[in-house]
Design a protein around this ligand. Structure first.
Ligand SMILES: NC(=O)c1ccc[n+]([C@@H]2O[C@H](COP(=O)([O-])OP(=O)(O)OC[C@H]3O[C@@H](n4cnc5c(N)ncnc54)[C@H](O)[C@@H]3O)[C@@H](O)[C@H]2O)c1
Length: 436
């Protein structure tokens, strides 16, 4: 099939390359010309395992092209996928301006029938607004005849950064929200070669499915963090509790890792957007307010733990391992690590930071006074405490005697419980995890 994807970020690029790998002809469109230039030269604009290799392979097959000119690629499009950002607005609502701008450019340029698929995460009712915009722009330019032939479908994306390609090809399910069986069959065919059951439902249910999934996962994270806080006060160990409840098939083991709470470009904004949507509809979604509050408090708790142990942060030399919002990505959007580094710096701490992939992005947002170094041990040299803020597996591979020799005070504050099972006390470290 001929596919146009609008928005070449984490979701759009991964989906575009994934669909090209399945044999479709894909044109990826983005308004960010520098991104398109980099992609044209075979350079991925962000880090994602396997992305660079797949980009080269797909460019060699000629199945994928990159452009910032939507008009030139729409001419052949059978399916147009919207994957632009829907960042948080001022009151927690989803900002749909990128989506509506993209919808307008479809309306201005489309000259034949097509299916428009919304992959961006959007509040219930947005798909209908998108198709209304497209059709009204078409009508304004005298194409009333064509506008009913453009159809809408909601196919939300559930991939996770850090394993995005793997997730795209092997999703737990493909949700297809649409109004009729023919659209479903065409979109089912689009996904030929992608594993996972297909679920046909209404557009509204598909939109809500995505928010419900993220809100539920965020709730699990806040729940286990609350248990961690109780464990700290009662002498329990949250790792044992999580293992025990995770073996219960009704609960499952995933998203039961106590730590600094959730961050990233999706959970915080989607939980807020769902709560805000509920509010607009006259419903007070109290559970989500508690989830958000618990998540914010988790960062604060960690900060206080470090501060009360070190007594005064001013002039204290701290090593930081990890800046990305989670491992295997360079994404720092709403990263707990970035937030904590900024707070510690504001209190006068001297910070030396390291992250395997996210340092270029972090440099753009962190103050100049923060030192970036090339290895975890370089960060720890002369430090009075080490803070682990992202769960990169490579941190588990450092030499503990070398780390001990490098630090002035052998204190480790592990915000991700990454090293909790390693019994670092036996090497002479003072180890502080979360809920243990
Ligand atoms: N990042 C994830 O892990 C993830 C997972 C599932 C769903 N989502 C959802 O998918 C959507 C996209 O997320 P993302 O992380 O890929 O965003 P992103 O910010 O990485 O990428 C969005 C891209 O859209 C481009 N863009 C904006 N307006 C445009 C326009 N009018 N025409 C063409 N390009 C335009 C931007 O330049 C940018 O490159 C969001 O709604 C998000 O909530 C994200």
């Amino acid at each position: 099939m001929n596919i146009v994807i609008i928005g070449t970020g984490y979701v759009g690029l991964v989906s575009g390359l994934g669909l090209a790998k399945l044999g479709h002809r894909v044109a990826c469109v983005d308004t960010d010309e520098s991104k398109i230039q980099r992609l044209d030269m075979g350079e991925p604009p962000f880090f994602e395992p396997g992305l660079s290799e797949l980009l080269h392979d797909m460019q060699n097959t000629g199945h994928v092209v990159f452009t910032s000119n939507i008009a030139e690629v729409l001419a052949d499009a059978e399916i147009i996928i919207l994957a632009v950002g829907t960042p948080p607005g001022r009151n927690g609502e989803a900002d749909l301006s990128y989506l509506f701008t993209a919808a307008e450019s479809i309306g201005q340029n489309l000259e034949h029938e097509a299916i428009v698929v919304v992959k961006s995460t959007v509040p219930v009712g947005t798909n209908r607004q998108v198709i209304d915009r497209i059709r009204s722009v078409m009508k304004e330019r005298g194409r009333d005849d064509l506008s009913p032939l453009v159809q809408i479908a909601s196919v939300p994306e559930f991939l996770r950064e850090g394993s995005a390609l793997q997730d795209f090809m092997n999703p737990d399910r493909v949700v297809i929200g649409c109004d009729d069986e023919i659209i479903f069959m065409i979109l089912d065919r689009l996904h030929d070669g992608i594993n996972g059951p297909r679920l046909m439902m209404s557009v509204e249910s598909a939109e809500l499915s995505k928010y419900a999934a993220n809100a539920f996962l965020a709730t699990k994270i806040s729940f286990i963090n609350e248990i961690a806080n109780i464990a700290e006060r009662t002498g329990g160990n949250v790792l044992d509790v999580a293992k025990s409840i995770g073996l219960d098939k009704r609960i499952g083991p995933h998203f039961l890792k106590a730590g600094l709470g959730y961050g990233g470009s999706c959970f915080p904004k989607d939980v807020s957007a769902l709560r805000q949507l509920a509010g607009v509809k006259g419903y007070d979604f109290k559970l989500l307010s508690a989830v958000i509050e618990a998540n914010n408090r988790q960062r604060e708790n960690f900060f206080k733990k470090v501060e009360s142990n070190l007594v005064n942060l001013k002039g204290r030399k701290l090593a930081v391992w990890g800046l990305a919002f989670k491992n295997n990505t360079d994404d720092i959007r709403d990263s707990a690590a970035i937030d904590l580094v900024q707070r510690l710096y504001a209190r006068g701490a001297e910070l030396v930071v390291y992250d395997p992939e996210a340092m270029a992005n972090a440099r753009r947002v962190l103050p100049d006074g923060i030192e970036f170094v090339a290895t975890p041990i370089d960060a720890a040299r002369g430090a009075e405490a080490l803070l682990i803020l992202t769960e990169w597996p490579e941190f588990r591979g450092v030499s503990w005697p070398t780390l001990l020799d490098s630090m002035v005070e052998p204190k480790i504050f592990d915000g991700r419980n990454l090293l909790a099972d390693l019994d670092l006390a036996k090497w002479g470290f003072e180890y502080h995890g979360v809920g243990i």
